[in-house]
Design a protein. Structure first.
Length: 320
């Protein structure tokens, strides 16, 4: 089948450039060029007549054709973790599996939604606006959607009436089943700072929706009297710091750095921001952006908390 490479359609100026690609991060512009070339070749070998016109997707060369649109963004993030000599095989396998899924059609709806639906965090801008207009944000730009996973394919149900359910019932089932998942937790300690990396499932970031369960069952903390710092940079990662003093300030710096890197590099990016979650599980921004690209400052909520923590530490010091 013919392929249209549409050289540098995504704005690259030089195939030898090592600068970051604007459309297919975290690949460099040179790597993005190679990735697009390999993706076009793999699609052609599978019998698809596609071209690359930018926009991080391969589209049908004939717009009236029934070929699928093949997104490249998450695949680029996956490839960035591998040596380039492995790319051709990984790309071919990815497209082959995708086409098999498309030919088989969408997975059948869950037989038992009460047991199979799992709530998932999704970027609002990744979905058609008219599908999500009536859904509130959990955090800015992120919504919570009932979903089901079967044989590695995840299906979201933005209209639970298709399952004979109201939205509130589907959400209730989804949250109950989300609570039943088991986390993998790794701790990174630096000086007096401890950061918990929660992973282990494709719903790790979505476990932020049931943070009380994560703290109790995965971190073995019954109560966080000063709350936690939390970040959900990508679908497979939830970052947490349990606040116990003014070390919250350096912990915030660590979380901002790690969250930004995960959000820029990992598949399924969600948010680069860090949040302060109060003991009653109300989420607040941890930082406030200032105009003119000046450095971030503490949000009012976190600034108020640091005053409480400073007063507590001063009183403790005085009692010594």
């Amino acid at each position: 089948m013919p392929i249209d490479t549409t050289e540098h359609a995504h704005g690259n100026n030089s195939p030898h450039s090592s600068g970051p690609d604007l459309v297919l991060p975290p690949l460099s512009r040179r790597q993005a060029d190679r990735f697009v070339h390999l993706a076009l070749r793999a699609a052609a070998d599978l019998g698809l007549a596609v071209s690359y016109q930018g926009g991080a997707a391969l589209v049908p060369a004939d717009r009236s054709a029934g070929d699928p649109v093949l997104g490249l963004s998450n695949l680029a993030r996956i490839l960035a973790h591998f040596d380039e000599d492995r790319w051709p095989l990984l790309i071919e396998e990815h497209f082959r599996q995708l086409l098999e899924q498309l030919r088989e059609g969408p997975p059948k709806p869950p037989d038992d939604p009460e047991r199979e639906l799992i709530q998932r965090l999704v970027p609002r801008d990744a979905l058609p606006k008219d599908w999500t207009a009536d859904r509130p944000d959990f955090l800015p730009g992120l919504i919570s959607v009932p979903s089901a996973e079967a044989e590695g394919v995840l299906t979201m149900y933005l209209d639970p009436s298709d399952l004979g359910l109201t939205w509130s019932d589907a959400e209730r089932f989804g949250l109950t089943n989300l609570r039943s998942l088991e986390d993998q937790v790794e701790y990174v300690d630096h000086d007096d700072i401890r950061i918990a990396f929660v992973s282990g499932t494709a719903f790790a970031a979505s476990r932020a929706l049931v943070l009380d369960t994560v703290l109790r069952e995965s971190l073995h903390i019954d109560r966080a009297p000063y709350g936690v710092l939390a970040a959900i940079p990508a679908r497979d990662t939830l970052l947490l710091h349990v606040i116990d003093g003014l070390t919250v300030i350096p912990a915030l710096g660590v979380l901002l750095n790690v969250a930004a890197r995960c959000h820029a590099r990992d598949p399924g990016p969600l948010s680069p921001d860090v949040y302060l979650v109060t003991p009653d599980f109300t989420w607040h921004p941890a930082t406030t952006a200032l105009p003119d690209h000046t450095p971030l400052r503490l949000s009012p909520a976190l600034e108020d908390l640091t005053k409480v923590l400073a007063a507590r530490e001063s009183a403790a010091e005085f009692r010594k």
